[in-house]
Each structure stands twice: as C-alpha cells, then as structure tokens.
Design a protein around this ligand. Structure first.
Ligand SMILES: Cc1ncc(C[n+]2csc(CCOP(=O)(O)OP(=O)(O)O)c2C)c(N)n1
Length: 463
C-alpha cells in the first residue's frame, strides 16, 4: 500500500507546481487506487486498501491524499477495525474429484508451478501432493523455491532459459497440472506448441488467468493451497515407475553440463560457489539480465520466499532495494543481491540507505561492462549490430561503494574457490563485491524469440 501526497484539492487539474495525476498514472500498474477527497473517507479507505492489497491475488494499492485533506481534522467515535484479508476460497469439490480422476488416469503428469504457490504459502501441500503421487515438478522463475531445488522430483525451471532436459520432459507430459501460474511467454515459448501432448488442468485464484493463454480441459478458480489440501485427501498413492524411468533416460540424453571447475571466472561457477556457501534460509535477490538468468539456472533455491526477483515486469533496479527490504524484515538472515552493472546503476543511491542502515546485505556485482542480456540478443538475433549495450563510461564500483562508507572488494576469478568468499559471507554488515565477467559470455540454452521450447539453441547451460 502506497500512501502518496497530492496538491491541495482546489489545485487538482490546474497543472499546479509538482502536480501529477497519480491516480491516472498508477491506474494500469496497481490492483486498485483511491483519490481521497475528505479526511473522513480515510477511515474507510485505509482498511479497504489493505484488504484489497492482501485478499485474493495480492497486488499494490495506491491511496493519493491531497494536502488539504492531510491537514483536515475529523472527529470519530471509534477507530475502524484493522483490515483482514479474505479467507482462502476453496474449489468446487466436483472439480477436485474430476481432477483427482484425471491425475489417476494420467501416465505422464507434470506439476507446472509458479509464484502463486509462494503467495498462497502452500509449499508443504505441493510437496505432499508431488510425493503422494510421484509427480515431477517444474517451476517458473517466480515459483523457484516453492519446491526445493535438488529434490528427486524437481525438474528445474522450464522455458526460455530452462534446461534442455526440463523442456523436453514437459513436452512428453500427458497431463499438465498448472498451479498458480499464468502461462507467461517466457515459460511457454510458442504457445501453440507448448506441451502438445498434454491435457491441461489449471488452478489459479484469479479467474482472469483461466483460459487466458491456453484453454484447459479442467479449470477451477480458487486458492491453490485449498485445492491441494482437498486433492491430497482423495488422491491415491502412485509410484509412476515407468514415467520416472523415461525421465531418467531424458536426464541422460540432455545432461546439464556445468562449466569446468577450472573456469573459476565463469558466472555460473560464481553462482555455484555462492550456492554452496549460503544456507537454505538465506535470501537472494536479483536484478534483471544475464546475471539473473545465471542465478536462476545455478542457484539452488531451497525454500519459499528466499528468492526475490522481478519476473513479469523485469524491472532493472529491483535487486538492491529488494535486498534492503528483505534484510529489514529478516535481519538475522544473510541477504545476497546478485546484480549487473546496468541494473545497479538504476538505483545506485540506495547504497546510501544501505550504509545508513548497516544491514547484512552482500552485493555481488556481475560486472561485464555491458547491458549483457541486450548485447546477447543483438549478437544472436540482430547480426552482431551492437548498439548502446557497451558502457563507454563505467564507474569504479569499488571506489563508489567505499565513497558511501561501504566495505567493497574487487575479486579475481581465482578467488571463487578461496576462503575470501567465505570471509565476505560471514562478516557482519554490508559489502559490495565486484566480480569481473567476460562480456562475451552468454546465457544458454535459450529458446529463440517466437520459438517452441524444444527448439532451444546454444550449449547445454554452458555454451
Ligand atoms: C528499467 C529497465 N530498463 C530496461 C530494461 C531492458 N533490459 C533487460 S536486461 C537489460 C540489461 C541488463 O544489464 P545488466 O544489469 O548490466 O545485467 P547483465 O545482463 O549484463 O547481467 C536491459 C537493458 C529493463 N528490463 N528494465
């Protein structure tokens, strides 16, 4: 909930000094917004704003308050009741029974899960459902952590920068259980060819998502946690041995080939080095770009709400403020911000906030001197006609961070294996670490724009 200040009511619409139509401007990017005309309205508007923001599919709400309303006095007898979010809405029991039947009859089911599982707080139910019926799980970028990375049933991330194995595995599914997902193009690739052999069953709290991109054989709008709790009660156990034998075969055909450990400066090896040292409860935030995709591929997200990344909007500049927010909420946890030089510059002033608050945020800057993900697109799909992707002028980030009073280090590739990384991660307080990354390094494999997921190009993870 954002409470914003507006010019006095009488000046609204006159292009007054510093007037901007916050209501109009925020309309397409909020779940709801209010322009308050009288202080008495606040008694209803503020609880309503919190109720709306948290209920159903959560989303941001803006309350714009003109200056005169801010200065007004009101009399009232009682404070309003604090807002409570609506209880989770269950699904139609007949739908759940049909769904159980579909799962029971399927030979090659796959759970395709997303951020909805995390928002609904139902990772436990997901794990139980998957285990009970031996259903493998693939996740979107936003769903990472909802199902623990490394679990035998974990297929990893699907889609544009998922692994070859995952995208081929879901291609063979005969039932896709889409839970808390919205069939985003980064996950589906060419929609018409997404999971061509599968019947789709879709559960989401937001009815607008149902059948928006892909028509499902069975869909039900409701809380995905409630739906799973209902389903677990009636779904028989199954071990699905032939499906798992086939998945093992695919795993062998499309193995994930990590860069050799000697390639110490390779971004995936940096991410793996971090993954080996951080605890499951430590929080990782990312910015947007190649570093984000490398982190999604190689960082083992093992718990919900430990992976904070900007998915749907892909907003560069997200990583550092998100890390500060996370560390304020969980100061006992370590928070690591994986960022790029372009993204960090978008909100570089927040280094001052970090220095003020002295929070345990470690910033790992994957410094390739480029807007790397855009450079990669220009290389692969625009005939290497590079434009506006190389920083001609780059700050010295170590000096810059130190000028804010922060500890900062520049690492050499060989430092990934030494004790220095451990020292940085265990030291109290904030720190920035500048990691030199080869600018020619690309994120692979990759589904080319408009391509089907099976048409991935580039090497297996590492080209
Ligand atoms: C605010 C914003 N502007 C532009 C983009 C488009 N964009 C996506 S990735 C990217 C490059 C990111 O560069 P950097 O942060 O240095 O990360 P790298 O890809 O090099 O790891 C750009 C410009 C965006 N996502 N967000």
């Amino acid at each position: 909930v954002a409470i914003t200040g507006q010019v006095p009511s009488a000046l609204i619409g006159t292009d007054a000094f510093q007037e901007v139509d916050t209501y109009g401007l925020s309309l397409p990017i909020t779940k709801h917004n209010f322009l308050v005309r009288d202080a008495a309205e606040l008694l209803e508007v503020i609880p309503a704003a919190f109720h709306l923001a948290e209920s159903g599919r959560p989303g941001p709400v803006v309350v714009d308050v003109p200056k005169d309303v801010q200065m007004q006095s009101v009399e009232f007898e009682r404070w309003p009741e604090p807002a409570r979010k609506d209880p989770p809405v269950g699904c139609d029991p007949d739908d759940i029974a049909r769904l159980a039947e579909m799962i029971h009859k399927a030979n090659r089911p796959v759970l395709y899960i997303g951020g909805g599982i995390i928002t609904s707080g139902c990772s436990k139910e997901l794990r139980q459902l998957a285990l009970q019926n031996s259903i493998p799980v693939t996740s979107t970028l936003m769903g990472l952590g909802a199902f623990p990375a490394g679990d035998p049933l974990d297929l990893g991330m699907l889609g544009m920068h998922g692994s070859r194995f995952t995208n081929h595995a879901i291609e063979e599914a005969d039932l896709l259980l889409a839970l808390g997902v919205r069939f985003d193009d980064r996950a589906t690739g060419k929609v018409a060819e997404f999971c061509p052999n599968a019947a789709i069953a879709h559960i989401d709290i937001d009815p607008a998502e149902i059948d928006k991109i892909k028509t499902s054989a069975l869909s039900t709008a409701g809380d995905v946690g409630e739906a799973m709790r209902q389903l677990i009660k009636i779904l028989p156990e199954d071990n699905r041995s032939s499906w798992h034998a086939r998945l093992d075969e695919l795993r062998r055909t499309y193995p994930i080939e990590w860069p050799a450990p000697e390639q110490t400066g390779h971004p995936l090896n940096w991410i793996r080095a971090l993954g080996e040292r951080l605890e499951p409860a430590d929080i990782v935030t990312t910015d947007v770009g190649q570093h984000q995709m490398w982190a999604a591929q190689a960082y083992p997200v093992r718990a919900p709400r430990t992976w904070l990344t900007s998915g749907g909007l892909g907003t560069m500049g997200f990583g550092l403020p998100a890390a500060i927010g996370a560390a304020l909420e969980k100061p006992e946890q370590r928070t690591v911000c994986i960022t790029g030089d372009g993204s960090l510059l978008m909100n570089i002033q927040e280094l001052a906030t970090l220095a003020d608050l002295q929070l345990p945020v470690k910033i790992f800057l994957f410094n390739n001197g480029h807007l790397g993900l855009v450079r990669q697109q220009q290389e692969l799909f625009y005939g290497r006609r590079y434009h506006a992707v190389e920083f001609e002028t780059s700050p010295d980030f170590v000096t810059l961070a130190r000028s804010f009073g922060l500890e900062a280090h520049r690492m050499k590739p060989a430092d990934a294996t030494g004790g220095w990384l451990d020292n940085i991660l265990t030291a109290p307080g904030p720190c920035l670490v500048d990691l030199p990354i080869q600018s020619a390094e690309n994120v692979f494999p990759m589904v080319p724009p408009g391509g089907a997921n099976r048409e991935m190009i580039g090497g297996e993870i590492h080209a």
